[in-house]
Each structure stands twice: as C-alpha cells, then as structure tokens.
Design a protein around this ligand. Structure first.
Ligand code: PLP
Ligand code: TYF
Length: 398
C-alpha cells in the first residue's frame, strides 16, 4: 500500500526549525519562522491571555461541543475587530463569521467554499506571497497565478504592475490580498493604493479574499484594518481570513476566523448553511480553549486595554530592532541602502539576500533565514543582533 509513496519536500519555512534544532552551535539564531520572540528570546505568554486563562480554569466549565461555526461571542468580537465597533455592517445581517483552525484554517474553508459552491477555479496571489498560499489553494483544486507586487529596485510596491496584473485576470477571479504587514516583504499599500486596487477589482467583478494575520503589528489595530474597512464601504461581497496566532501569541491554540460579507440577510442564511456543511465535513466543529480566551479578552474592556498595550510593546520592540539592524549594518561597513528595513512593516524584512548568501549565513554563522532572503525581525534581540548584523554584513560584502 505505502510502497509507492515518495518523500515530500520540507516546508520551506517550518522545515528550517528542524535544521535549526539540530545545530549544536551556541550562537545559533533562528530568523526563519514568523514567530514573535521577546527580548529574552522566548515566545511570550501575554498577560491578558494569562488572566483570561486563569479565570477560565477557575470556572471549571464543562466541555461540550461548540456550534459548527464556533463560539458566538468570539465570532461577533472578530467582526468588531475587523470592521470597528461603530460599523453599521456588523448590524447589517450580511456578515458570517466562523471560528477556524488558525488563519490557515480560515483560508482553507474559504477556498473550499468558493470552489465547491461558486465554481471558482482561479486564484491570484501576490508575487511573492506566503508559501502556503499557493500550496493551500492548489490542494483545494485551484489554478494559482500571481500578480506583480514587490519592486526589488525600490524595495517597495510595484503598484502599476499590481494593477495591471489584477486587471489582466479573467473576470471573476479570486484575488488574495494581504491586508497588512505583507508576508514576506513587509511592503504594504497606502490608502490611495488601496482605492485604485479596489477600483480594478470592482470593475472586473473579482472576488477579494483578504488575509489578515498581523493586525496590530503595523500601525495599530484600527489602521491595520484599513483594507478590510475600505472593501466593506464598497458594499461588494468579499472574504476575510483572520489569524490571532501572532497578535495573541497563541500559535498552538489555532485561533482564527473566516468572515464572509454577503449582499443580503437572505443570502447570508443560504451561504451560512453551506459553509456549515463545508466545516462539518472537514472537522465537524472547532475547539474551545483558544476561542474562549480570545473572546474573553476582546469582550472585556480591561483585558482588551491590557492586550492592546502588549501588542504595542511587541510592535515597538520590532521597530527598535529594525532601526538597530539598519544602524549596525551600516556600522559594519555595508554601503548598500538598508533604510528599507525600517520602512517595512510587521515581523519580516525582505533582506535582498540571495540563496547563496542565506546558505552562507547558516553554514558559517549558524543563522537561519528563509531562502528567499526573508528574515524574521521579531526574532532579533539585544543578545543576538550584533552577531546577526556582522554576519549579514560579511555575506553582503563578499
Ligand atoms: N497568512 C499569513 C500571511 C501568514 O503569515 C500566516 C502565518 O502563519 C497565516 C496566514 C496562518 O496563520 P495561522 O498560523 O494562524 O494558521
Ligand atoms: O510565514 C511564516 O513564517 C508564518 C508561520 O507552513 C508559518 O506564517 C510558516 C509556514 C507554514 C505555516 C506557518
């Protein structure tokens, strides 16, 4: 039976963890996977999360099944976080939010739903994008194409390329967009850029699918939801995949949500009934713990304020590391422009390092980065940054 099964390739990002773990050098640094580490190099347990967990344990609550679409107070809180507490769309009867197994689970539910129930077969993702986007949509049956996004010459956005690429797609294509803190480039759209992208998408009847995995890591919770709110203003149908893995530092609890914006309450009911079927035939219903904790934080003003402060702390620490890295690279004699490191947003910097340079970082300096040259700035701290800056400078100079 299993004889013909061939070895699958490693995940280009998660596979790095295994190599890193097997490295015995004391100075090793893992800049591969997109995980936020604190100044002590640890994945933090947020104080707001800890408080919510303690209250939950003290309750000794029974553990029945959740509804298929998840915990209602969680789903509603996700909508308020995306669209804003004042938004009329939350009360419109047109929204569906289903708790999902992380952001990945939300993408998969959305992909399956559109494929099975609306006959969508083509999705366009940014060039470059999170590696799992292509893999996930291909596994769901789609043809995956790309639209231009990153401009290597300016380390910025190739807006005209992006607009032309989206324009050239067949009418009614699914267009996957990073709402903020683009993974892997850290390059985001501004208000005027979004307006132009939205205009093309509307004219071409495309289906926007927004991926928001880093809300709060760019500017703040409100500004990072700009794209979601601009799409909401158009009145057009769209989908949003939320992840709280990073913003709550709850990676292993798999907390995410799929939100679908439909056109009418009647349409909403029909769509929800089918979405529930997609969920039921995948995993029946979602797990309790992560959603209970996130809902407790989002729905309690004190815990929410505490969380917002902790999110700001994470964001500011990453900014500090960006500035320090750019400065230390210059000190170490790098003459190329490195100021883009400070312009990029979120956890990553697209460093411009090529495959060979990334390999040298691992071989000679025990520093692990993604072969695309993406480094996770959120893994830098004052204990490892000198080693990292010197090593990057060394491979850049030769
Ligand atoms: N989308 C993007 C752009 C991501 O970087 C990630 C990272 O993990 C995800 C989705 C998936 O999030 P999760 O870990 O919650 O599945
Ligand atoms: O891009 C990253 O590093 C994160 C974590 O298959 C991740 O989004 C990476 C690969 C993967 C799942 C999660």
């Amino acid at each position: 039976l299993f004889f013909p099964v061939e070895m699958a390739p490693h995940d280009p990002i998660l596979g790095l963890n295994e190599t890193y773990n097997a490295d015995l050098r004391a100075e090793k640094v893992n800049l591969g996977v997109g995980v936020y580490y604190d100044e002590a190099g640890k994945v933090p347990l947020l104080r707001a999360v800890q408080a919510a967990e303690e209250a939950r344990v003290a309750e000794h609550a029974p553990r029945s099944y959740l509804p298929i679409e998840g915990l209602a107070p969680y789903d509603l809180a996700v909508q308020k976080l995306l669209f804003g507490t004042e938004s009329s769309i939350v009360e419109s009867g047109r929204l569906i939010t289903a708790q999902s197994l992380g952001g990945t689970g939300a993408l998969k539910l959305g992909a399956d739903f559109l494929f099975r129930l609306t006959g969508k077969k083509l999705v366009a993702i940014s060039d470059p994008s999170w590696e799992n986007h292509r893999a996930l949509f291909e596994a769901a049956g789609y043809e995956v194409v790309t639209y231009p996004y990153y401009d290597a010459a300016t380390n910025g956005l190739n807006l005209n390329g992006m607009l032309e690429g989206i324009e050239a797609l067949p009418e009614g294509s699914v267009v996957l967009l990073h709402a903020c803190c683009h993974n892997p480039t850290g390059v985001d759209l501004g208000l005027a850029d979004w307006a132009r992208v939205i205009d093309v998408i509307q004219r071409k009847n495309h289906v926007p699918f927004l991926d928001i995995a880093y809300q709060g890591f760019g500017e703040n919770l409100q500004d990072d939801a700009l794209a979601v709110r601009l799409f909401a203003e158009t009145g057009m149908p769209f989908l949003v995949a939320s992840s709280f893995s990073k913003s709550f530092s709850l990676y292993g609890e798999r907390v995410g949500a799929l939100t679908l914006v439909t056109s009418t309450p009647d349409e909403r009911d029909r769509v929800l009934s089918q979405l529930k079927r997609v969920i039921r035939t995948n995993y029946s219903n979602p797990p309790t713990h992560g959603a209970k904790v996130v809902a407790a934080v989002l729905n309690n003003p004190e815990l929410y304020a505490m969380w917002e402060d902790e999110l700001a702390e994470m964001r500011e620490r990453i900014r500090g590391m960006r500035q320090a890295l750019a400065e230390k690279l210059k000190e170490a004699g790098v003459t190329q422009d490195v100021d883009y490191i400070q312009r990029q947003r979120g956890m990553f910097s697209y460093s411009g390092l090529n495959k060979d340079q990334v390999k040298r970082l691992a071989d000679e300096f025990a520093i692990y980065a993604v072969s695309s040259g993406r480094i996770c700035v959120a893994a830098l701290n004052s204990a490892n940054i000198d080693h990292v800056a010197k090593a990057i400078a060394a491979v850049m100079k030769d």
